[in-house]
Design a protein around this ligand. Sequence first.
Ligand SMILES: Cc1cc2nc3c(=O)[nH]c(=O)nc-3n(C[C@H](O)[C@H](O)[C@H](O)COP(=O)(O)OP(=O)(O)OC[C@H]3O[C@@H](n4cnc5c(N)ncnc54)[C@H](O)[C@@H]3O)c2cc1C
Length: 550
Amino acid sequence: MSMKLLIIGGVAGGATAAARARRLDEHAGIILFERGEYISFANCGLPYYIGNVIKSRDSLLVTTAEAFKARYNIDVRLFSDVIGIDRTRKQVKVHDIMTGRIYEESYDKLILSPGAEPVRPPIKGSDLDNILTLRNIPDSDMIKAHVDGGKHESAVIVGGGFIGLEMAENLVNRGVKITIIEKLDQLMAPLDPEMSAMVLDHIREKGIGCYLNEGVRGFSENEGRVTVHTERDRNIECDMVILSVGVRPENRLAREAGLAIGHMGGIKVNAAMRTSDPDIYAIGDAVEVRDFISGQPTMTALAGPANKEARVAADNAMGGKSIFKGTIGTSVVKIFDLTVASTGLSEKACRHNNIPCLVSYTHSNSHAAYYPAAKMMAIKLVFAPSNGRVLGAQIIGMEGVDKRIDILATAIRGSMTVFDLEELELAYAPPYSSAKDPVNVAGFVASNILNGDVRNINWDNMDDLDPEKDVIVDLRDKRELNETGIIPGAIHIPLAELRRRLSELDREKNYIVYCAVGLRGYLAHRILLQNGFKSKNLSGGYRTYSAVVK
Ligand SMILES: Cc1cc2nc3c(=O)[nH]c(=O)nc-3n(C[C@H](O)[C@H](O)[C@H](O)COP(=O)(O)OP(=O)(O)OC[C@H]3O[C@@H](n4cnc5c(N)ncnc54)[C@H](O)[C@@H]3O)c2cc1C
């Protein structure tokens, strides 16, 4: 008899698993249950549909139930909410939302891909009409209708994560005045604070009000307008609130069926994506998987892992042997003119997990500086002190960020070291890169640290300097100082004058040298060292320092 596979959830993970399962077994009975009206829609495109960047609603529908049935011979059941799993009898209970009928369906294997739902914190007024969340097409229809109606001139976005910031950009582009309220002390929680500070500067430049370290106490309504009451007693009146304070795995079905749930609330799975029941697999935003680097359980609400896990689960459900080795959480997001990307572990995640790490900062041009329109990108590399293994990277810039983060993500998956990054032979012509690609440069600088060619100090250690013993030296030109300012207490010796002015320096002192991005600092450090002075270079230079120290 042919095997019968049921899949719960018909979007990123569910639809992928269904298609893979069909390719593996032409004769299996495959049923896909989706609570909503659509399968396989582009949730990642929703902010851009609201922003009118994606003009056609139909283009969000990657496929339809009919097309999926025709191509893959899969029984797609829309408006079908699976409300229970009886593991002993291997049956699921389904609520047909359109007819109200409740029926059972048996399975040989079951794949759960129910996703994650936006968190609606239990604060006063969070159920008011104009307080919206964004997960699916009906949600985006609702937000878009508010904006299209033309009456919504201002909005508060609660939560400065990637969905909140994408919504901020798209609503600003629609003429809506935005204020962001974020409970943490930074935007984009996966980033380290000094990198996130660059994002904050950028969105403020775009006219967005942003309050950090500020939670929301409640909401109230008056004549169709909402007032957001913050924990610091700010009252912000607006026409609409977008709540984007994170997502919570939809684990109810799994929990009620007695499947093991991890401590973060996700469904527990092994590397085969199998749950604690050998006939049930789970994938996507609802599961806890292994962090590829730390080996700890983690949750990533990202489409890439969901799709890969789906393939693994389908392979195994159909009798194969596939393994999901873990996630490194590679992500990229457009925030107005910036591209903000990260992969692997941040410095703070390393510290949280007691993983020893060193970091380097580099600022490189996206392509050869002499070819028009090169843009600087800031790269933070996180690597192991023992062997230089790349643990993580964060990049912020306007051009070429996406390809560099993908190279570094590949390096992490290949367990490569910063020494390997030095050697990578990457495509170069002036419009695309430099003969030393920004990834090579990040590798050179990190290798210099490990080899002892340079002793660095990071922005967050500058407060620990002792004015009696430590002397900060600004190596930039006068013009640069006038344009951007100087670190308080620094003396000014332009790099070009340093050799000539060594006699002014005191061999008993420690010299902390810095320039704009770190290169001239490195050169000065080498000059000082080889002339018998003690020195350290401020990693990432004034650009990294001033992004976070205001
Ligand atoms: C606005 C937005 C933008 C995003 N942008 C990006 C991006 O740029 N890059 C990126 O990598 N990721 C992005 N994501 C995240 C990405 O969409 C998710 O990680 C991915 O969709 C997860 O896939 P999934 O199958 O686990 O869940 P989903 O795709 O959410 O699918 C779950 C489906 O299961 C259905 N369901 C749940 N329970 C039941 C039940 N009991 N019975 C029947 N059906 C059920 C739900 O209705 C839902 O349709 C974005 C998400 C959103 C909301």
